[in-house]
Design a protein. Structure first.
Ligand code: ADP
Ligand code: ASP
Ligand code: MG
Length: 462
């Protein structure tokens, strides 16, 4: 069996956790041909991004962050290895990897500017440090392992911070590079490179996606995403204490859940896996014997009306209000064009049938940016009163119920709104995708937790 095992930041956050993960890897390597993909240690990507921000302000506070990062790495090396192995690893980390990071941040400090391209290069250090460390540890205990920098195998365009993958090129490189020797490849998640060799990233949480691309490239039989919970749960366990593991979910359900906020898997992970028909299993590093969740094309049907609940934090509503939009063909497309041209994502859209208002829901930062652009680009419509006004309403969240069983089942939306209404929770906007697998509603930020809890109780009984 060929499999890709991906370990997230909390599974590889220090020497003790790395040892544990490596014991899982070694056990598995006796039975299967495996490729390992790891994230940065938990918190390291955030630390790198905040260091870049400090440096771009021309301040030097980032130096302390880099020193902390270096001592964290040195400590991990010394707890994992000794003698020559430890010396070599520390030397490489200090001189090569951290040395390059220091130079880069110094450059950013001097020019007081950090482009998205430079930001991606800075963000790449977390995965590079950690996978180098893990591969070195495996070698130090006599295992055949190779550190692979995924910039040599994952090819993307230049949409820095959220690059788009060139699958054909990537699959070719993955096939050429992996499994040439009898060794376990230990591969950086999250990062890739553009045609000109510049470093790109696949977006926050992107190591899951990297694992899936690699699995598709080597035609693996399964992808395992190892994290710190027992699988995909019916809701975020930090909100619903009684959330339970869903043994099987469909690819579409997994996509909807992750797109609408379930952090346990990156939404794009399902794309290459689905195309090559590779199942994904979510497993818990802290509880390896638990069966986890399987994401498959045709899961066993669930007995409950919904499969899970997810939420997107920190969104805002933009209302475009005006009588002049009535019956004007092409008006909505003018609005959508502004979003598309400026790379701004709309999460939800609805237009009242009177056509008097178009309501768009986006992440708050995006909404603010979009509002300014619309005021500028639609100034003629404002002057002619075709648009009366733009309204920005902040401090909202999207709560979504998701599940295959919702398809063709009447009464689900009614039950959702009566549950919220009975608990005094006001709904500001609603959308149901045409797939019928998702109903999303926008509610006040301070009511989200309560909403998720009462919906969970009403639909899932606990
Ligand atoms: P990793 O570091 O392994 O990539 P993440 O922190 O990205 O892990 O994702 C795992 C976390 O996602 C869990 O610890 C859990 O708190 C959170 N989470 C949110 N919604 C869900 C859900 N529906 N099912 C499971 N975990 C969820
Ligand atoms: N280290 C990256 C992040 O924190 C990618 C990942 O962990 O998946 O976003
Ligand atoms: Mg993650």
């Amino acid at each position: 069996m060929t499999k890709v095992m991906k370990f997230g930041g909390s599974s590889v956050q220090d020497a003790e956790k790395i040892k544990h993960v490596c014991s899982i890897v070694i056990e598995e390597s006796k039975k299967s041909k495996i490729a390992v993909v790891c994230s940065a240690m938990k918190g390291v990507t955030d630390l790198l991004l905040s260091s870049a921000k400090i440096a771009a302000e021309g301040k030097t506070g980032y130096k302390e962050n880099v020193e902390n990062l270096l001592s964290k790495q040195e400590k991990a090396v010394n707890e994992l290895m000794s003698g020559n192995f430890a010396q070599e690893a520390v030397k490489h980390i200090k001189e090569k990897i951290i040395g390059e990071l220091k130079n880069l941040l110094k450059g950013v400090e001097l020019i007081k500017e950090c482009s998205p391209r430079t930001l991606d290069l800075i963000a790449s250090f977390g995965e590079r440090l950690n996978n180098f460390l893990i591969a070195s540890y495996l070698k130090s205990i006599g295992k055949k392992a190779a550190y692979i920098d995924s910039r040599s195998i994952i090819k993307t365009n230049k949409q820095y911070t959220k690059a788009l993958v060139n699958y054909e090129e990537s699959y070719k490189k993955i096939k050429e590079k992996l499994f040439k020797e009898e060794e376990i490849p230990v591969i950086t998640g999250f990062i890739g490179s553009a045609e000109d060799g510049s470093t790109t990233t696949l977006g926050r949480n992107g190591s899951d996606f990297s694992a899936s691309i690699i699995a598709a490239g080597i035609n693996a039989e399964i992808i395992e995403i190892w994290t710190d919970v027992d699988g995909v749960l019916s809701a975020d366990p930090r909100i619903v204490k009684n959330a339970f593991v869903i043994p099987e979910v469909s690819v579409e359900e997994a996509m909807e859940l992750s797109y609408f906020g379930a952090k346990v898997i990156h939404p794009s992970t399902m794309i290459p896996a689905f195309e090559k028909d590779i199942p994904i299993c979510i497993k818990n590093t802290l509880n390896p014997s638990a069966p986890g969740t399987m994401i498959v094309k045709n899961p066993k049907p669930h007995s409950s009306p919904i499969t899970g609940i997810a939420s997107v934090n920190d969104v805002s509503i933009i209302n475009i209000v005006g009588g002049g939009m009535i019956g004007q063909p092409g008006f909505a497309s003018k609005v959508f064009d502004i979003f598309a041209k400026n790379d701004i994502n709309m999460i939800m859209i609805s237009q009242a049938s009177s056509e008097h208002t178009i309501c768009i829901v986006c992440l708050t930062d995006d909404a603010k940016k979009a509002l300014l652009l619309m005021q500028e680009d639609l100034s003629d419509e404002l002057k002619s009163r075709a648009i009366e006004k733009f309204e920005l309403k902040e401090n909202f969240e999207i709560v979504s119920i998701i599940g295959e069983n919702m398809i063709g089942t009447p009464g689900i939306a009614g039950k959702l709104f009566s549950t919220l209404g009975d608990n005094g929770i006001n709904v500001y906007a609603i959308a149901q995708g045409s797939s019928e697998r998702n109903i999303s509603c926008v509610i006040k930020k301070e009511e989200t937790e309560k909403a998720i809890k009462v919906i969970h109780k009403s639909f899932l009984g606990v």
